[in-house]
Design a protein around this ligand. Structure first.
Ligand SMILES: N[C@@H](CCC(=O)N[C@@H](CS)C(=O)NCC(=O)O)C(=O)O
Length: 203
């Protein structure tokens, strides 16, 4: 399988880390693609009408896109414990946390557009402030809602994840549902400003 990937994409990293954690990363060929809504990448568009990475190309089957969909697919490819709980309340807890992490990544990127990438005269401060509030509220929610002692799933993740995630910068931490845990552990104090700075490093 081929994974269309981008080093600084939290979504692409989420998919790749998930692949490592479920033990199927050796089945992936990772190909870097630069993407941007202002710079069309024809190869990515050929596989995903949204022109976004990550995209998973499967031999003899259609491409899969959106990191959450790719992660769900990866979870079907191994015989170990599922990172996405199949049923019960933990499923809804995990999916909810995944959704918050996804929203954090999306909002972080939107904030960076509003504060750095968009030409200065086109920036809208109130919008940037609104994004900041969402990020701040999501950090607060994660800190209050995450159960550090809960069994392994896409939410709390395993000690192994902590080792991986504690060493990576904020965009990657934002990229994972499990990364929510790293946010709590490694970025509790840094919060939004550090997140901004980390995104800046990956411009
Ligand atoms: N919901 C998607 C978001 C993917 C996404 O926004 N990828 C960015 C890279 S961080 C991208 O390729 N953007 C290019 C564009 O918007 O045209 C996912 O989870 O995979």
């Amino acid at each position: 399988m081929i994974l269309y990937y981008q080093t600084h994409s939290p979504f692409a990293r989420k998919a790749l880390v998930f692949a490592y954690e479920v033990g199927i990363a050796d089945r992936l060929e990772v190909i870097h693609h630069e993407t941007s809504p202002t710079l069309r990448n024809a190869s990515v568009y050929a596989e995903n009408p949204l022109g976004k990475v990550p995209v998973l190309l499967r031999p003899g089957a259609s491409p899969i896109f959106d990191s959450d969909v790719i992660c769900a697919y990866f979870d079907t490819l191994h015989g170990g414990r599922k990172l996405l709980p199949q049923d019960g309340e933990t499923r809804w807890q995990a999916l909810r946390l995944q959704s918050v992490a996804q929203g954090l990544a999306q909002t972080g990127i939107a904030l960076r557009w509003e504060t750095e990438r968009r030409p200065e005269q086109l920036r809208y401060g109130a919008l940037a402030e609104g994004y900041r509030e969402k990020i701040e509220a999501s950090y607060d929610w994660i800190e209050s809602a995450l159960d550090d002692e809960a069994p392994l799933h896409v939410g709390p993740y395993s000690p192994g994840h902590h080792a991986v995630l504690d060493g990576v910068p904020s965009p990657s931490a934002l990229s994972l549902a499990g990364g929510a845990h790293a946010l709590v552990r490694g970025f509790r104090k840094a919060r939004v400003d550090a997140g901004d700075a980390a995104f800046g490093r990956y411009a």
